[in-house]
Design a protein around this ligand. Sequence first.
Ligand code: ATP
Ligand code: MG
Ligand code: MG
Length: 531
Amino acid sequence: KAGGKKETHKANFEIDLPNAKIGEVVTRFPPEPSGYLHIGHAKAAILNEYFAHAYKGKLIIRFDDTNPTKEKVEFQDSIIEDLALLGIKGDKITYSSDYFDTMYDLAIKMIKLGKAYCDDTPLEKMREERMVGDASARRERSVEENLKIFTEEMKNGTEEGLKNCLRAKIDYKALNKALRDPVIYRCNLTPHHRTGTQWKMYPTYDFCVPTVDSIEGVTHSLRTNEYRDRNPQYEWIINTLGLRKVDIWDFGRVNFVRTLLSKRKLQWFVDKQFVSNWDDPRFPTIRGVRRRGMTVEGLRNFIIAQGPSKNIINLDWSVIWALNKKVIDPVAPRFTAVDAANAVPVILLNGPESNTVEEKPKHKKNPEVGVKKVIYSNKVLIDQEDAASFADNEEVTFMDWGNVIVEKIHKEGDIVKSIDAKLHLEGDFRKTSKKVTWLADTSDKVEVELIDFDHLITKDKLEEGDDFEDFLTPQTEFHSKAIADHNVKSLKAGDIIQFERKGYFRLDQPYAEGKTPVFFTIPDGKTVSRY
Ligand code: ATP
Ligand code: MG
Ligand code: MG
């Protein structure tokens, strides 16, 4: 099955990896365990997996854990779980921290080659020098002095060590600012979640990625193209250290309108309690979108359809939700719900004397979805909106039952309070214009809560200099009550259903004695923000 799927994926990817040989490709997905995976990470992970398998090669999942200040075991565990959820299993799991010894040795090698120096220039000044292209006053330190500072002061996190960082000696005047002597090691006294207090200094991303890619046997390093300026730096590090060459392959980041895809910003929403947690249905995390009703298949189809596009795109959510709808529509069981606010009792004067129960399909076009028990009664509930549209003596159709003739509408002001009607089962449903959802008004019915959500921010695309805190959506959660048929009592958390004529919902909190079931509205690709 997986093989068949891969074939279709392949057809969509028109770009091949350079220098790729069947059986020899090794790719890697390198998340930093500093937050939960979001939908942007899903693109990176799926692309890496796609190429590894398309070339019958290997995929490495590498935790890029070189900054103990931001990283936690909680995040690491969640990343493994979320990848599994996406159906992605690496051929091996590695950690950048596994290579701390090796990277330390490589840094020493670089110093000995005269290609790295320790620098205690204050941060602001260093930034300024890099900006204008000035050499650091420490650039010509001797190899001996650099070795001493690196291996004694920085390594032990001494006062002197903390003032220093190690910089690659590339080209302080380079037009490409990424080449202006980037920092490759810095001190940090925060204990590391894997290596504890063993290290007081850590390699930076810029040093770690090329060295570990090369050492681990990665053949193709897939990077989002905002790193394009850093590619020459990556190659310089590999060449300078005489390491095995790695091909870099750029792809475009995904962004979505009104969505933040930055772990730091998402963490802010969690900390400020604007959302319940990382799995909040308003979050673009894998967990968040899943909780909102996104299927793994919908998500994968979306990423694959996107392919390896190099454009940085600001996507509209409607595309992905529309794809998801195609996945859920053929299988989502159908149930009935009526808005609780002003639900209208309809008395069927010639209705069944006692309640009867019939088995009906949960999905009219897909018998595999199974059957449900529909209760027929002489007293039913319908939506206020439907009731308000009726005229005296109008013939309407009660869905999956038959025609009904409205005899008397009882109103208080504009609100319909109740309706007297008669079943007219001989009537032709093709001749009525109103097909109405109804629900037997028996003690079996259940009150449910429906929650709809809006985007967390109000601006489609935040520009450089915009502060997201200035664009917070005032209200992002909308609650309403409905009365649902008794069949929903047996649904489980995570089940995706349709309430007929209302839309698709995902059950977040199932029915239990004394507990109201909670359903989340699943966007159908058509809904627009209220703001
Ligand atoms: P954040 O800014 O949220 O911390 P990051 O890019 O620093 O994200 P990493 O954990 O370092 O997060 O990313 C792991 C991989 O996912 C990287 O290869 C990165 O390029 C990729 N990635 C992250 N965000 C996106 C995105 N929006 N679109 C595509 N790929 C992404
Ligand atoms: Mg990162
Ligand atoms: Mg980032």
